[in-house]
Design a protein around this ligand. Structure first.
Ligand code: AMP
Length: 218
């Protein structure tokens, strides 16, 4: 099973497809967004700094990110992993390559291509529960029965601080400016598979999952 680097706009389904791969194949997910959200819970200068940057939709500095990813990669050594949210720019991609090359670790970069309007709806309507069940107020079969309350465990649903329209717009622009150029970098190295990850009447989430599975089994 190949290690995976997931690339895609906010709301393209990187988290969802990571979860499907974890449940099918036992991957370890490294989500830099989740790692950073843990840091924001700390009452430290770093915690407050990261919280402000994340709320604005800008990128956290490469210096912080590279230390974080190096430590995390050491912790998961030997296990197949999915990188979700890293790299976000060319500098990160290049440093990641040199780290992985040193460790003799290969990977498949997978780009989940999804229309901006779909990403926007997914992000601005997204709610989650601490039990893990995902919701979306704009999607009929993902709406909670009682507004703001989890159908499964009755807890109050949580909205991420950066899942608002202004922050989405910023995050999307950051994606276009900083992350999209990575595609050419991986393409030149023959490391990239692009997947049309728009769900349509004829293409379900399971179909997309199947395409991803084929890409990592090649
Ligand atoms: P995510 O959960 O992947 O949507 O990330 C949420 C936020 O965390 C982003 O908008 C950035 O502020 C920050 N972040 C996550 N990953 C990175 C990264 N690789 N480089 C810089 N900032 C990041």
């Amino acid at each position: 099973m190949k290690n995976i680097i997931f690339l895609g706009a906010p709301g393209s389904g990187k988290g969802t497809h990571s979860n499907m791969l974890i449940s099918d194949f036992g991957y370890t997910q490294i989500s830099t967004g989740d790692l950073l959200r843990e840091i924001t819970k700390e009452d430290t200068e770093l915690g407050r700094k990261v919280k402000n940057i994340m709320a604005s939709g800008e990128l956290v500095s490469d210096e912080i990110m590279l230390e974080l990813i190096e430590n995390k990669l050491q912790m998961v050594e030997g296990k197949p992993f999915i990188l979700d949210g890293f790299p976000r720019n060319l500098t990160q991609a290049k440093v990641l390559d040199s780290l992985l090359t040193k460790k003799n670790i290969d990977y498949q970069a997978i780009y989940l291509d999804v229309e901006e309007s779909t990403c926007r709806k997914r992000i601005t309507g997204r709610l989650t529960c601490k039990c893990g069940k995902p919701y979306n107020i704009y999607t009929e079969d993902l709406r909670p029965i009682v507004e703001g309350i989890c159908d499964v465990c009755g807890s109050t649903l949580i909205k991420r601080e950066d899942d608002n329209v202004a922050s989405f717009n910023k995050r999307y622009q950051v994606f276009i400016d900083n992350t999209l150029p990575i595609l050419a970098y991986y393409e030149e190295q023959n490391k990239l598979v692009k997947i049309d990850a728009n769900q349509t009447d004829t293409k379900s989430r399971d179909d997309i999952h199947k395409e991803i599975t084929e890409a990592i089994n090649d």
